[in-house]
Design a protein around this ligand. Structure first.
Ligand SMILES: O=C([O-])CC(=O)C(=O)O
Length: 157
């Protein structure tokens, strides 16, 4: 089923939070949805890599990279691992690299931009805490609906 966030908003607007930060689509899937998992990290993508190497069961990983574009938090290898492990998508408040290859993967990928510089691999950061995308707070388990118009979050009741 292809998500239309505009139609969803018309049906369920009051229950949904819309992320007004502007992301670009880099993945082969531009419409995707699933329950949120979260990572918070800055210039270090070891936690992103390890989480996307575990079963995603259709989840969308929200990565709070502090909005920094100084290093890429995901590239095509991590993207391929996410596909193999059944993740629906990855939304990164930060940068990706290998953007052309990411476009060939059956995965939703939204990020602010690109940078060929890789991230550290020390494991700094945290997994499955609340993260903030602009004015919207996302908790693990919240439903995420994304398409080229934006990102809607339905909090878990
Ligand atoms: O390993 C990294 O830091 C990101 C990357 O290049 C990839 O996923 O291919």
């Amino acid at each position: 089923m292809t998500i239309s966030t505009a139609d969803l908003y018309d049906e369920r607007g009051p229950e949904l939070a819309s992320v007004s930060l502007q992301f670009r689509d880099f993945g082969g899937h531009q419409s995707f949805s699933g329950p949120a998992r979260t990572v918070q990290c800055l210039h270090d993508n070891a936690l992103v890599k390890s989480l996307l190497g575990t079963p995603g069961e259709g989840a969308v990983l929200i990565v709070d990279g502090g909005g920094s574009l100084r290093t890429a938090l995901m590239g095509d290898m991590i993207g391929e691992s996410a596909v193999h492990n059944g993740w629906a998508g990855v939304i990164i408040n930060g940068a990706v690299r290998d953007s052309v290859a990411l476009g060939g993967l059956p995965l939703g990928v939204k990020a602010l931009g690109t940078n060929p510089v890789k991230s550290a691999k020390d494991g700094a950061g945290s997994v499955d805490g609340p993260v903030q995308l602009g004015e919207v707070t996302i908790q693990p388990g919240d439903m995420v609906y994304a398409d080229p118009d934006g990102i809607l979050i339905a909090p878990t009741p």
